[in-house]
Design a protein around this ligand. Structure first.
Ligand code: FAD
Ligand code: SF4
Ligand code: SF4
Length: 947
């Protein structure tokens, strides 16, 4: 069954136009950047669609499905696009369900939830966790993948051992069939009159029922005997159910990869979150002993049991992850405690006893607390994209990535694979869910090289054949068949059962409209491989999308970090075509912080902006760089602020400046409702003039400088004084050397020459100090990033020196040998939470501010959910696109309110401006330095005076 050539070329633009007329222009896109962004998922394939629909309701789904069916246009449902098989790309319409992302109902007593398909798994579980509940299946992509994709792929993950795959956790679901009929798929008793009514109402179901009844014996005989399988349609559960008088319809749709219907919601089973968890690493010196250890470790009833083979450990870097050089394989094992009575330390002792007979490369690594456990999981979860760093040409290629054998034969399988790839001279990573016998095999190849390409084709056939014939396994445990395994589904199940699969597909979708080319197709797996992309640095894993604040708001791939990588690196990229998206990035750097492949999308975007620097911003920043006159202007603004910072005048200012602000961006304005910080009438450098070194002092000084940046100098926000105050309490009189803007805002408007000019000024000015303390997250990052501005030469050397000397004030205090006395600065305890500034995270400062806050007397520190998410300020972004900034901020407000905070502390003056706009009045916003300073001041006051 192959996809018919359905689209007549001249109608391609008409598809979007037709859909726009039906759904509205905000839900349909077909501009070049959008189509480029949607041409990829996390697989090795590329296929450009004709139009993208961003569904916001069931009506949108049914309208799109009916239109596609009536016009014979392929339709591909899509969630997060993290599948590894090419199943979320297509040549016709992409129906993105990401905006349908609500939890509709949670029943705590009966432990189930009704959920829309666009919700991200991590988000679902974060919300459920408040009630101690959990949706069990946990693909390693859980930070980014969405329920719709999980349902359609029958996803599972490390904890399948305990919770099963998605198919084991779905009670019912609702799907739009190609006829435009809605099907409420649930478990039916075949003798229930309700079942007969459904069969009559939806005739295709009768066909399926009759088909399964007629062939139940054959289906059961062909059922895979391994513990996991996502290959083919799940007729096995239907046939098994019939033996008990049941017809379990959801099981057919789970794993059907969008080829039978579009799911609009599902009712899923929930479980109690474990009360405590132990995670451990076990390093084996001999691979064959792993096979012996697995059955014994399984007796401990672990919730997860994962393996990484020797090659994988080499590829991700043993030293970096503390893996002994002689480890032949590492197991990651996790045990859950369902009640507080379970003693996990005793379990750890039992585990050590189980491992005793085996030759281990080191002691067991045990982790009980969340941070440490997450650390142990980190390398495993990001394994596949991390492999992208290994070689500029050889990339991890998923084409035999998901085989399953019986768990006790996994060592044998690994040995076979290692020998196979050794003969091919191909580096390979083998890892996976050993407890289920599910191995992920990821060879590193340059598919643009003929020899490597042949090795891929040979490996595809030989390994899949061996898994089926020699190991009696399955070619697909959890990733789905997609384009990659479609060719092999027939071989796995044989003609008869494959014939039934084809009949199922034809019954539901006679025109082959829904996701053609997926699961049921004879096309070779090499069709549509994206050779160009496979030579690039991005793994298209979408991890960055999960933290991109713009994606969070728009839920559209063209407004996302991964999408932007595709757009700005495309051969046909043009700024004119793509300005809308290139200018939408906040430069928050969250993508860079999380990318396992080491890609910096924000930097790529900044480079594209640098090709078209913004003129208005250029004038402003040049004026600022001029120094004195800019200072005078800001001082004057400070003095006159009581006059102009009033509602009526602010409205007037907004109106008058609107045409000018357009030069910055079409969305830019000076919103009258924006609460402005107070401009300083006496700037920080004037207030602390005694700290400004004279030329001669500066030359001699070898001490500590404070790089205050723009905000702390020009604004009356208390940050600069607090940083100086804190340093003084630590016995430091910081110098305030001459300085220019660190460059972050200038860079975001594309003026790289001006950035370099300012950087050179700062490098000269700061060169003579041993330590440079900052109070601003963006300045911290920018100063540390200066080396990237200079290719080589003296400036580069200076920049590298400076990068080593820069410390944020929270790092400085956390590293101090002695903390000055502290006391409670206010009456009563305050609940304080922390908003983690993106640029400080990107600079590698994450835990210090929180640790310090937790130390403060009178502070009840509460970690905020979403602490790491951008608040939407991002320097001048709040002015460049106020409305988007507000949408981004809405999530932060919810998190702060849920934390029940009286005070939100942060580490960046720019974030403070954002936080001061839109939080309930009772919530104070403070810099960590301010809170420290208050505690030190109180500590000093309380100190008993010497007689
Ligand atoms: C780094 C990394 C690690 C991974 N680890 C795992 C793992 O441990 N276990 C695992 O199982 N998978 C894993 N995957 C694969 C992938 O993340 C999962 O298959 C995931 O569930 C796909 O979800 P998605 O939201 O990205 O779906 P998409 O990729 O958008 O879509 C997947 C399929 O679902 C269909 N679909 C989406 N929404 C609907 C809908 N509403 N109705 C009908 N069909 C729909 C699509 O058409 C497509 O066929 C990993 C991927 C990556 C990149
Ligand atoms: S930029 Fe990095 S995180 Fe984003 S999709 Fe590419 S590899 Fe994944
Ligand atoms: S810098 Fe921020 S807004 Fe820009 S792509 Fe990265 S995560 Fe998204």
């Amino acid at each position: 069954m192959t996809a018919p050539a359905l689209i007549i070329p001249e109608r391609s633009r008409a598809v979007a136009a037709d859909l726009r007329a039906k759904l509205g222009s905000d839900r349909v896109k077909d501009d070049p950047p959008t189509l480029t962004a949607y041409a990829v998922d996390a697989s090795i394939y590329r296929m450009k669609p004709k139009a993208v629909v961003l569904a916001e309701s069931e009506e949108d789904i049914v309208t799109t499905v009916r239109y596609a069916a009536a016009n014979g246009i392929p339709l591909t449902p899509r969630a997060a696009g993290t599948n590894l098989t090419g199943s979320a790309i297509g040549s016709g319409i992409i129906l993105d369900i990401s905006r349908l992302n609500r939890i509709l109902k949670v029943n705590h007593e009966e432990r189930w939830a009704r959920v829309q398909p666009g919700i991200v798994l991590a988000e679902l579980n974060k919300q459920l966790a408040r009630d101690g509940l959990l949706f069990g299946p946990d693909p390693s992509s859980g930070e980014m993948c969405k329920l719709g994709g999980m349902l359609a792929n029958n996803s599972s993950g490390p904890h399948t051992l305990r919770y099963g795959a998605v198919k084991d956790n779905v009670l019912s679901l609702r799907a739009c069939l190609v006829s435009g009929t809605w099907l409420d798929a649930q478990l039916y008793r075949v003798n229930d009159p309700a079942f007969e009514r459904v069969l009559t109402a939806i005739p295709v179901l009768r066909k399926i029922f009759v088909l399964v009844q007629a062939h139940a014996d054959m289906i059961r005989a062909k059922k895979p005997t391994v513990s996991k399988n996502s290959c083919g349609y799940n007729l096995f559960s239907l046939a098994d159910g019939l033996a008990d008088g049941l017809f379990n319809l959801p099981k057919l749709f789970v794993g059907s990869e969008g080829t039978l219907g579009v799911i609009s919601e599902a009712t899923v089973k929930l479980v109690d979150k474990p009360k405590a968890t132990l995670t451990a690493l076990i390093h084996f010196r001999h691979l064959q002993e792993v096979g012996e250890a697995v059955p014994r470790l399984l007796e401990l009833e672990p919730s997860a049991l994962e393996i990484m083979d020797a090659n994988t450990l080499d590829l991700i870097g043993r030293a970096k992850h503390g893996v002994p050089v002689d480890a032949a394989a590492t197991l990651l094992i996790e045990l859950d405690a369902d009640s507080f009575d379970v003693d996990l330390r005793k379990q750890a002792e039992r585990m050590a006893a189980v491992c005793c007979p085996f030759r281990l490369a080191s002691e067991l690594t045990l982790a009980f607390d969340v941070d440490r456990r997450e650390q142990l999981w980190k390398a495993r979860k990001a394994l596949y994209p991390t492999l992208y760093r290994y070689d500029p040409r050889k990339k991890p290629i998923n084409f035999v990535d998901d085989v399953v054998v019986r768990a006790e034969r996994i060592s044998e399988l690994i040995h076979y694979l290692e020998t196979f790839f050794k003969e091919q001279q191909v580096p390979v990573a083998i890892f996976g869910h050993i407890g289920n016998g599910n191995a992920h095999i990821v060879p590193l190849l340059d598919v643009n090289d003929c020899s490597d390409f042949s090795k891929m084709v040979q490996g595809y056939h030989e390994i899949h054949s061996a898994v089926l014939d020699r190991f009696g396994g399955s070619i697909c445990g959890e990733h789905g068949d997609g384009r990659i395994r479609a060719e092999y589904v027939r071989k796995m199940f044989g003609e008869d059962l494959y014939g039934l699969f084809v009949q199922v597909k034809q019954a539901f979708d006679p025109g082959n409209i829904l996701n053609p080319g997926i699961k049921i197709s004879d096309r070779p797996f090499t069709d549509h491989i994206d050779y160009t992309r496979l030579s690039k640095s991005c793994a298209t894993c979408a991890k960055c999308n999960a933290v991109c604040p713009v994606y969070d708001v728009f839920q559209s791939e063209d407004m996302s970090s991964r999408g932007w990588f595709e757009i700005v690196t495309a051969n046909d990229y043009s700024y004119l075509n793509s300005k809308r998206v290139v200018e939408a990035c906040l430069n928050c750097k969250s993508c860079r912080t999380v990318c396992p492949a080491g890609v910096d999308v924000s930097d790529l975007i900044l480079k594209k902006r640098a090709e078209h620097p913004n003129r208005l911003a250029g004038w402003i920043f040049r004026f600022q760089a001029g120094g004195a006159r800019f200072d005078v202007l800001l001082r004057w603004l400070g003095k006159t602020q009581p006059l102009w910072d009033r509602p009526f005048v602010r409205r007037l200012i907004e109106w008058v400046t609107k045409p000018i602000m357009r030069w910055l961006a079409p969305t830019a304005r000076l919103p009258h409702e924006l609460v402005l910080p107070r401009f300083a009438t006496k700037q920080l450098r004037e207030r602390h003039a005694d700290l400004i070194p004279a030329e001669s002092d500066a030359l001699q000084s070898k001490d500590i400088a404070y790089f205050h940046g723009c905000a702390a100098n020009y604004l009356d926000d208390g940050v600069g004084d607090a940083v100086i105050g804190v340093l003084r309490k630590h016995g430091v009189e910081p110098a305030l050397p001459p300085q220019r803007c660190s460059g972050t805002p200038i860079q975001t408007y594309g003026h790289m020459e001006l950035v370099r000019e300012g950087a050179q000024f700062n490098l000269n000015s700061l060169a003579r100090y041993d330590t440079v303390v900052t109070g601003c997250a963006s300045c911290t990052l920018m100063l540390k990033d200066y080396p990237a501005l200079f290719a080589d030469g003296e400036a580069r050397r200076q920049a590298e020196q400076l990068a080593k000397k820069v410390v944020h004030i929270t790092e400085f205090v956390a590293r101090a040998p002695r903390i000055p006395p502290m006391a409670q600065s206010i009456d009563g305890t305050k609940r304080v939470t922390y908003h983690s500034s993106c640029h400080l995270r990107a600079a590698g400062v994450t835990r210090e501010p929180q640790k310090l806050l937790a130390l403060l007397p009178g502070v009840n520190f509460t970690e905020m959910a979403d602490a790491d998410r951008c608040a939407g300020g991002a320097g001048t972004f709040i002015v460049k696109d106020y409305d988007t900034s507000q949408h981004i901020f809405a999530r932060k407000v919810r998190a702060i309110e849920q934390a029940g905070a009286d005070v939100v502390a942060t580490s960046c003056p720019a974030c403070m401006i954002r936080l001061n706009n839109g939080l309930p009045e009772k919530i104070e916003v403070k810099h960590v330095a301010q809170m420290l300073h208050e505690a030190y001041e109180a500590g000093e006051k309380n100190r008993p005076r010497e007689a």
